[in-house]
Design a protein around this ligand. Sequence first.
Ligand code: PXP
Length: 255
Amino acid sequence: MIDRHTLRLGVNIDHVATIRNARGGGHPDPLRAAHLAAEAGADGITAHLREDRRHISDEDIDRLMGELTLPLNLEMAATDEMMAIALRHRPHAVCLVPENREERTTEGGLDAAGQHNRLAPMVADLLAASARVSLFVEADPRQLEAAVSLKAPVVELHAGAYCDACYEGDGAAAGRELERLQEAAAIGAELGLEVHAGHGLTFDTVGPVAAIAEVKELNIGHFLIGEAIFIGLDASIKRMRALMDEARAETLSTS
Ligand code: PXP
Protein backbone atom coordinates (compact mmCIF):
# COMPACT_ATOMS: atom_id res chain seq x y z
CA MET A 1 0.00 0.00 0.00
CA ILE A 2 1.60 3.26 -1.01
CA ASP A 3 1.14 6.45 0.93
CA ARG A 4 -1.04 8.41 -1.43
CA HIS A 5 0.23 11.62 0.02
CA THR A 6 3.59 11.08 -1.67
CA LEU A 7 1.64 12.50 -4.62
CA ARG A 8 -1.29 14.75 -3.79
CA LEU A 9 -4.23 15.43 -6.09
CA GLY A 10 -5.68 18.92 -6.19
CA VAL A 11 -9.04 18.92 -7.95
CA ASN A 12 -9.72 22.12 -9.84
CA ILE A 13 -13.44 22.90 -9.76
CA ASP A 14 -13.43 25.95 -12.08
CA HIS A 15 -15.41 24.27 -14.81
CA VAL A 16 -18.27 23.29 -12.54
CA ALA A 17 -18.68 27.05 -12.26
CA THR A 18 -18.32 27.41 -16.04
CA ILE A 19 -21.37 25.19 -16.53
CA ARG A 20 -23.32 26.96 -13.77
CA ASN A 21 -22.53 30.35 -15.29
CA ALA A 22 -23.74 29.26 -18.72
CA ARG A 23 -27.28 29.55 -17.32
CA GLY A 24 -26.88 31.74 -14.27
CA GLY A 25 -28.40 30.53 -11.01
CA GLY A 26 -26.69 28.13 -8.65
CA HIS A 27 -26.54 24.75 -10.39
CA PRO A 28 -24.18 22.94 -10.60
CA ASP A 29 -22.63 24.17 -7.37
CA PRO A 30 -18.80 24.14 -7.23
CA LEU A 31 -18.93 23.70 -3.44
CA ARG A 32 -20.93 20.50 -3.82
CA ALA A 33 -18.29 19.32 -6.31
CA ALA A 34 -15.60 20.19 -3.77
CA HIS A 35 -17.31 18.09 -1.09
CA LEU A 36 -17.66 15.19 -3.54
CA ALA A 37 -14.01 15.54 -4.52
CA ALA A 38 -13.02 15.30 -0.86
CA GLU A 39 -14.99 12.07 -0.52
CA ALA A 40 -13.50 10.69 -3.74
CA GLY A 41 -9.89 11.08 -2.55
CA ALA A 42 -8.78 14.60 -3.48
CA ASP A 43 -6.16 16.07 -1.16
CA GLY A 44 -7.05 19.65 -1.96
CA ILE A 45 -9.32 21.89 -3.98
CA THR A 46 -8.02 24.35 -6.53
CA ALA A 47 -9.98 27.32 -7.83
CA HIS A 48 -8.88 30.10 -10.17
CA LEU A 49 -10.53 33.44 -9.48
CA ARG A 50 -10.03 35.14 -12.83
CA GLU A 51 -10.01 38.86 -13.31
CA ASP A 52 -13.06 38.54 -15.61
CA ARG A 53 -14.82 36.08 -13.20
CA ARG A 54 -15.63 33.82 -16.12
CA HIS A 55 -16.04 30.80 -13.84
CA ILE A 56 -15.27 30.99 -10.10
CA SER A 57 -16.88 34.00 -8.43
CA ASP A 58 -15.99 36.01 -5.33
CA GLU A 59 -18.94 34.38 -3.59
CA ASP A 60 -17.57 30.92 -4.47
CA ILE A 61 -14.31 31.83 -2.76
CA ASP A 62 -16.21 33.09 0.31
CA ARG A 63 -18.13 29.83 0.49
CA LEU A 64 -15.10 27.62 -0.16
CA MET A 65 -13.17 29.38 2.59
CA GLY A 66 -16.12 29.04 4.96
CA GLU A 67 -17.17 25.48 4.33
CA LEU A 68 -14.39 23.51 2.69
CA THR A 69 -12.87 20.67 4.70
CA LEU A 70 -9.82 20.37 2.39
CA PRO A 71 -7.05 22.94 1.87
CA LEU A 72 -7.87 25.53 -0.79
CA ASN A 73 -5.30 26.40 -3.43
CA LEU A 74 -6.31 29.79 -4.85
CA GLU A 75 -4.97 30.41 -8.33
CA MET A 76 -4.79 34.05 -9.23
CA ALA A 77 -3.02 36.66 -11.29
CA ALA A 78 -0.40 38.80 -9.58
CA THR A 79 -2.53 41.94 -9.36
CA ASP A 80 -3.38 44.34 -6.55
CA GLU A 81 -7.04 43.30 -6.67
CA MET A 82 -6.22 39.60 -6.28
CA MET A 83 -3.63 40.28 -3.60
CA ALA A 84 -6.26 42.09 -1.53
CA ILE A 85 -8.64 39.14 -1.89
CA ALA A 86 -5.96 36.57 -1.00
CA LEU A 87 -4.78 38.53 2.02
CA ARG A 88 -8.35 38.91 3.23
CA HIS A 89 -9.14 35.20 2.89
CA ARG A 90 -5.73 33.70 3.73
CA PRO A 91 -6.21 30.42 1.84
CA HIS A 92 -3.90 27.48 2.54
CA ALA A 93 -2.09 28.05 -0.76
CA VAL A 94 -1.85 30.66 -3.50
CA CYS A 95 -0.62 29.83 -6.97
CA LEU A 96 0.38 32.88 -8.99
CA VAL A 97 -0.44 32.44 -12.67
CA PRO A 98 -0.13 34.65 -15.72
CA GLU A 99 -3.48 35.90 -16.98
CA ASN A 100 -4.54 37.25 -20.31
CA ARG A 101 -8.16 38.18 -20.97
CA GLU A 102 -8.04 36.90 -24.55
CA GLU A 103 -6.88 33.38 -23.64
CA ARG A 104 -9.20 30.42 -23.30
CA THR A 105 -7.09 29.00 -20.50
CA THR A 106 -3.74 29.71 -18.83
CA GLU A 107 -1.58 29.34 -21.90
CA GLY A 108 1.92 29.82 -20.59
CA GLY A 109 3.91 30.05 -17.41
CA LEU A 110 4.53 33.10 -15.28
CA ASP A 111 7.66 35.03 -16.23
CA ALA A 112 9.07 34.90 -12.71
CA ALA A 113 12.53 35.78 -13.99
CA GLY A 114 11.40 38.85 -15.97
CA GLN A 115 8.99 40.16 -13.31
CA HIS A 116 11.17 39.69 -10.25
CA ASN A 117 10.77 43.18 -8.80
CA ARG A 118 7.00 43.25 -9.24
CA LEU A 119 6.49 39.74 -7.81
CA ALA A 120 8.91 39.92 -4.87
CA PRO A 121 6.72 42.03 -2.55
CA MET A 122 3.63 39.99 -3.45
CA VAL A 123 5.33 36.68 -2.64
CA ALA A 124 6.62 38.19 0.62
CA ASP A 125 3.15 39.44 1.63
CA LEU A 126 1.52 36.10 0.85
CA LEU A 127 4.17 34.19 2.80
CA ALA A 128 3.67 36.59 5.72
CA ALA A 129 -0.05 35.68 5.56
CA SER A 130 1.00 31.99 5.92
CA ALA A 131 0.04 31.02 2.37
CA ARG A 132 2.03 28.30 0.64
CA VAL A 133 3.06 30.29 -2.43
CA SER A 134 3.58 28.59 -5.71
CA LEU A 135 4.52 30.01 -9.09
CA PHE A 136 3.04 28.44 -12.22
CA VAL A 137 6.03 28.33 -14.55
CA GLU A 138 7.32 26.68 -17.68
CA ALA A 139 9.73 23.78 -17.19
CA ASP A 140 12.67 26.16 -17.61
CA PRO A 141 15.64 26.25 -15.21
CA ARG A 142 15.74 30.06 -15.43
CA GLN A 143 12.23 30.26 -14.00
CA LEU A 144 13.09 27.79 -11.24
CA GLU A 145 16.08 29.87 -10.22
CA ALA A 146 13.83 32.94 -10.24
CA ALA A 147 11.39 31.16 -7.90
CA VAL A 148 14.26 30.51 -5.49
CA SER A 149 15.38 34.12 -5.61
CA LEU A 150 11.76 35.21 -5.00
CA LYS A 151 11.69 32.85 -1.98
CA ALA A 152 8.63 31.04 -3.34
CA PRO A 153 8.71 27.55 -1.77
CA VAL A 154 6.76 25.84 -4.56
CA VAL A 155 6.66 25.81 -8.35
CA GLU A 156 3.94 24.25 -10.46
CA LEU A 157 5.30 23.11 -13.82
CA HIS A 158 3.06 23.82 -16.81
CA ALA A 159 2.30 20.42 -18.31
CA GLY A 160 0.30 21.86 -21.24
CA ALA A 161 2.93 21.41 -23.97
CA TYR A 162 3.39 17.73 -23.04
CA CYS A 163 -0.38 17.14 -22.95
CA ASP A 164 -0.94 18.97 -26.25
CA ALA A 165 1.74 16.88 -27.96
CA CYS A 166 0.09 13.69 -26.63
CA TYR A 167 -3.31 14.87 -27.85
CA GLU A 168 -1.90 15.63 -31.29
CA GLY A 169 -0.34 12.17 -31.44
CA ASP A 170 3.16 13.64 -31.80
CA GLY A 171 5.11 11.05 -29.84
CA ALA A 172 8.50 12.66 -30.45
CA ALA A 173 7.34 16.05 -29.15
CA ALA A 174 5.56 14.41 -26.20
CA GLY A 175 8.79 12.60 -25.33
CA ARG A 176 10.78 15.85 -25.48
CA GLU A 177 8.23 17.73 -23.38
CA LEU A 178 8.10 14.94 -20.81
CA GLU A 179 11.89 15.03 -20.58
CA ARG A 180 11.73 18.79 -19.99
CA LEU A 181 9.28 18.20 -17.14
CA GLN A 182 11.47 15.44 -15.68
CA GLU A 183 14.59 17.59 -15.85
CA ALA A 184 12.85 20.64 -14.41
CA ALA A 185 11.42 18.57 -11.55
CA ALA A 186 14.88 17.24 -10.72
CA ILE A 187 16.44 20.72 -10.88
CA GLY A 188 13.60 22.21 -8.84
CA ALA A 189 14.00 19.62 -6.10
CA GLU A 190 17.77 20.10 -6.16
CA LEU A 191 17.19 23.83 -5.64
CA GLY A 192 15.01 23.05 -2.62
CA LEU A 193 11.68 23.81 -4.29
CA GLU A 194 8.56 21.69 -3.82
CA VAL A 195 7.54 20.72 -7.34
CA HIS A 196 3.95 20.42 -8.57
CA ALA A 197 2.59 19.99 -12.09
CA GLY A 198 -0.65 20.66 -13.86
CA HIS A 199 -2.62 21.75 -16.88
CA GLY A 200 -4.21 19.56 -19.49
CA LEU A 201 -3.71 16.25 -17.65
CA THR A 202 -6.02 13.40 -18.59
CA PHE A 203 -6.30 9.67 -17.88
CA ASP A 204 -4.01 9.11 -20.88
CA THR A 205 -1.35 11.66 -19.98
CA VAL A 206 -1.21 11.58 -16.19
CA GLY A 207 0.89 8.42 -15.73
CA PRO A 208 4.32 9.63 -16.90
CA VAL A 209 3.95 12.90 -14.97
CA ALA A 210 2.76 11.12 -11.83
CA ALA A 211 5.79 8.84 -12.18
CA ILE A 212 8.22 11.76 -11.72
CA ALA A 213 9.41 11.13 -8.17
CA GLU A 214 10.11 14.80 -7.38
CA VAL A 215 6.54 15.89 -8.21
CA LYS A 216 4.53 16.18 -5.00
CA GLU A 217 1.15 17.44 -6.28
CA LEU A 218 -0.89 17.45 -9.48
CA ASN A 219 -3.67 19.96 -10.08
CA ILE A 220 -6.27 18.68 -12.50
CA GLY A 221 -9.58 20.18 -13.53
CA HIS A 222 -11.00 20.38 -17.02
CA PHE A 223 -10.66 16.71 -17.91
CA LEU A 224 -12.06 15.50 -14.57
CA ILE A 225 -15.13 17.70 -14.84
CA GLY A 226 -15.64 16.79 -18.51
CA GLU A 227 -15.29 13.08 -17.80
CA ALA A 228 -17.76 13.42 -14.93
CA ILE A 229 -20.47 13.99 -17.57
CA PHE A 230 -19.97 10.40 -18.68
CA ILE A 231 -18.96 8.47 -15.57
CA GLY A 232 -19.78 10.80 -12.67
CA LEU A 233 -17.43 13.00 -10.66
CA ASP A 234 -16.73 10.38 -8.01
CA ALA A 235 -15.64 7.79 -10.59
CA SER A 236 -13.69 10.35 -12.59
CA ILE A 237 -11.63 11.44 -9.56
CA LYS A 238 -11.19 7.90 -8.26
CA ARG A 239 -9.89 6.70 -11.63
CA MET A 240 -7.44 9.62 -11.82
CA ARG A 241 -6.32 8.94 -8.25
CA ALA A 242 -5.78 5.24 -9.10
CA LEU A 243 -3.75 6.05 -12.24
CA MET A 244 -1.59 8.47 -10.26
CA ASP A 245 -1.04 5.93 -7.50
CA GLU A 246 -0.19 3.15 -9.96
CA ALA A 247 2.38 5.30 -11.73
CA ARG A 248 3.93 6.46 -8.46
CA ALA A 249 4.01 2.91 -7.04
CA GLU A 250 5.91 1.82 -10.14
CA THR A 251 8.45 4.61 -9.59
CA LEU A 252 8.86 3.70 -5.94
CA SER A 253 9.30 0.01 -6.76
CA THR A 254 12.12 0.73 -9.23
CA SER A 255 13.96 3.36 -7.17
N1 PXP B 1 -2.79 24.35 -12.59
C1 PXP B 1 -2.87 25.65 -12.96
C2 PXP B 1 -1.87 26.61 -12.40
C3 PXP B 1 -3.88 26.10 -13.83
O1 PXP B 1 -3.94 27.39 -14.18
C4 PXP B 1 -4.84 25.17 -14.27
C5 PXP B 1 -5.97 25.63 -15.15
O2 PXP B 1 -6.72 26.57 -14.49
C6 PXP B 1 -4.73 23.84 -13.85
C7 PXP B 1 -3.68 23.45 -13.03
C8 PXP B 1 -5.72 22.80 -14.25
O3 PXP B 1 -5.65 22.58 -15.62
P1 PXP B 1 -6.75 21.69 -16.32
O4 PXP B 1 -8.06 22.33 -16.06
O5 PXP B 1 -6.33 21.71 -17.75
O6 PXP B 1 -6.64 20.32 -15.71
